[in-house]
Design a protein around this ligand. Sequence first.
Ligand code: CP
Length: 346
Amino acid sequence: MTTQTQATPTLGALAKFRGRHFLSDQDYTPEELKELLDLALVLKALRARKRVTPYLYGKHLATIFQEPSTRTRVSFENAMAELGGNMLYLRPGELHLPGRESVGDTAQVLSRYNDAIVGRITHFKVLEEFAQYASVPVINGLCSDSSHPVQSMTDVMTVLEHAGRIEGLTMGWLGRANGMCNSVMLTCTRLGMNVVWAGPEEMSVAPEVIDQAKANCELSGATFTMSNEPADGVKAADFIYSDTWWWVQQEDDQAEMDRRLKINLPYQVNAELMAKAKPGAKYMHCLPAMRGNEVTDEVIDSPASIVFDEAENRMHFQKGLLVALIGIDELPEDPDLQEIGRALLA
Ligand code: CP
């Protein structure tokens, strides 16, 4: 369990979120993202007080997983259960996608049965097409070619809990750029957190992501810098993040895995690299971790590691997101639920 606690925030008006997709957090203003974080913190505090929160009683969530998952699947399923609704888990082979039925037809059909849909869809363009046809909110549950915004929002929630603020802090990313890296860089810069990327030239950040990170910095006052020197990623960082060097698409290609291992090994977060970090710097990882590659046991199992707080917070952030996007029609009778209820209706 997360050990540090935040003062419970006051909620703003949340009805503006109802019916919206969450394909990217970049579609939301920084103020809106902070409101979603506040909602997650209030829900987390209610749960800590053992209050049940059936805001979504009788509602349905469909989830489509083209790739495996532990956290995303279980945290969404338990989030929906704690909100009084239910979740359907659809694996490859359980839908007519891909090929036998169009993306658009599938999206329209699932929208008739469900109040929201989560997609772990490899290609972001397919998720965008799906959302164009869906008449209920569609949530990005990881598009590995692009982004993982529910994870990066959870990560800044975890930063907030540990540091008491987000703005003005520095996130250091070590190793190849991937969809997770894109989201961490974009969410952090949008919310005023400086980002330093330190990784191999061969697996660098895509130009469009650099442009968006810089645009975010112009608005938020954060900074975004890039380096191929591992120490640059940690020496100014308050939080240090690394992720896997390959994903399911590369797992059958030993030569490609060997190539990625060699390129990324200098950026491994180990005790030697952590010794160059600021005192008190925390280690973060979205998980699953390939221990011995992007992080060593001595770091991920150390007191500096907050990886399981991140994992826990997936459920709290997603509870807030589901409640905000699906919305409610009337104020709950339970007085404990009325603060969030009033905000959802406002
Ligand atoms: N971090 C994350 O998305 O984990 P899973 O792949 O287990 O869902």
